[in-house]
Ligand binder design. Structure first.
Ligand SMILES: [Fe+2]
Length: 411
């Protein structure tokens, strides 16, 4: 523990020294240098203080989230400067070495000075991600986007041709800090006037009481066929310390109770049917199943009990790795699976039809949007809320509208 703290402080210290040199190259004015040093020091000491006092029985509070957000913004800003200066230093050192070995070296040992222009350029470039990360914290996290898709299925029951689903995920209500903006997002979901709303888990960060101030607002989600929901990895209270095991069990029971009081049809390895003109859609919901170290209590075999493979199935599962690992290889055919979990890392470049990139793609191949494999669709919602970094850049909070269409030919 001591070693990892020492290593962390050493790396942070080196970054500070290097970026300070950049500021010094631009101007030696002591107010300029002192302002920068104080600004950095304030962000770093606040973050270390919050980290050191992190209480696992409290979970991720807004103060630790914001200290993390400012810290990430600062380190990204400084890292860009470090890269710029480092590239310049390689050329400076190469020139110095060359001057030592060239003829008449005793007269011409030459170590070039840092160029002010390159320091200014590094600073200007670094300001782009820095300001984006601050914008993400101030505005981006409530910049709700409605993304609409039409999906065609040859085996869709005719009565459900044109059936509209609004899919949301990862509310994380313990993170919200602006009720007005959240209400705007909830109203936007209702404005879609879908036939059904489907929520794919992580309603809280850690503890069921986070729902109390938001229960009324999220109860106002309305659709003709109601709101279906499942649990996500954050809903089980696994990321905080509990005084007793019973306290943790009670918390989960309370979370389920609140969701049912809100009118949500919580599916825990079970299913339900939406019926229309004598035809039906099977809605299946599993508990969390995530690849790697994540909780694996989702049970697809239990969830399919009482339904036949000829039923048109819509599966709700929080973690998209479940689709790749269990859903696709399953002997039942699942035309449409809805997931969330990744948040698109709350950071990336996402221009529909052009580019979709986030560092999370290296962890989750299906990290945002629509995927298709073996004629089965997966939709990964980027999330309604946010967690840890209290912002979003590029990967905006999402409300998905999926319209099911019956296709005449096999697609
Ligand atoms: Fe989440």
């Amino acid at each position: 523990m001591f070693l990892s703290w020492a290593f962390f402080i050493l790396i942070i210290g080196l970054i500070q020294w290097y970026t300070f040199l950049c500021f010094k190259t631009i101007s030696k004015n002591r107010y300029w240098l002192a302002s920068y040093a104080c600004f950095s020091l304030l962000i770093i000491t606040n973050f270390i203080y919050q980290l050191y006092n992190y209480d696992r029985s409290e979970g991720f509070t807004p103060s630790i989230s914001y200290s993390l957000g400012f810290f990430i913004s600062l380190i990204v800003f400084q890292s860009i400067i470090v890269i710029g200066l480092f590239l310049e230093d390689i050329s400076r050192i190469s020139l110095a070495v060359y001057s030592v070995f060239k003829p008449k070296k005793e007269k011409n040992i030459f170590f070039p000075k840092r160029r002010k222009f390159l320091s200014q350029l590094s600073l200007a470039l670094a300001f782009i991600p820095f300001s984006s990360l601050l914008y993400g914290m101030y505005r981006g996290k409530y910049n709700y986007k409605v993304l609409s898709y039409e999906l065609e299925f040859p085996d869709l029951p005719s009565s459900f041709d044109g059936f509209k689903i609004t899919h949301i995920s990862d509310i994380h209500c313990g993170s919200f800090d602006n009720p007005e903006k959240v209400k705007y997002g909830v109203d936007l979901i209702n404005k879609q006037k879908s036939d059904v709303i489907m929520f794919t888990g992580d309603i809280v960060n850690n503890v069921s009481k986070e729902l109390n101030p938001w229960k009324k607002l999220f109860s106002s989600l309305k659709a003709e066929h109601g709101v279906y929901s499942v649990l996500g990895n954050h809903d089980y209270g696994d990321y905080m310390d509990w005084e007793t095991d019973q306290e943790k069990i009670n918390n989960l029971q309370n979370l389920k109770k609140i969701q049912r009081e809100m009118g949500y049809k919580l599916l825990l390895n079970e299913n339900d049917f939406i019926k229309k003109n004598g035809e039906r859609l099977a809605i299946l919901g599993v508990e969390n199943w995530g690849a790697g170290g994540f909780k694996k209590v989702g049970d697809l075999n239990k969830a399919i009990e009482g339904i036949s493979d000829s039923d048109f199935k819509i599966l709700l599962t929080h973690d998209p790795s479940h689709w790749r690992n269990k859903v696709i290889p399953h002997n039942y055919f699942f035309p449409l699976t809805l997931s969330g979990h990744t948040h698109g890392m709350q950071f990336g470049i996402d221009i529909p039809g052009w580019i979709k990139w986030s560092p999370i793609k290296w962890r989750y191949p299906e990290f945002a949007g629509l995927y298709k494999k073996a004629k089965q669709y997966l939709y990964v919602n980027r999330g309604f809320g946010y967690l840890a970094y209290p912002g979003r850049v590029g990967m905006w909070p999402e409300i998905t509208v999926l319209t099911l269409k019956k296709s005449k030919i096999e697609v």
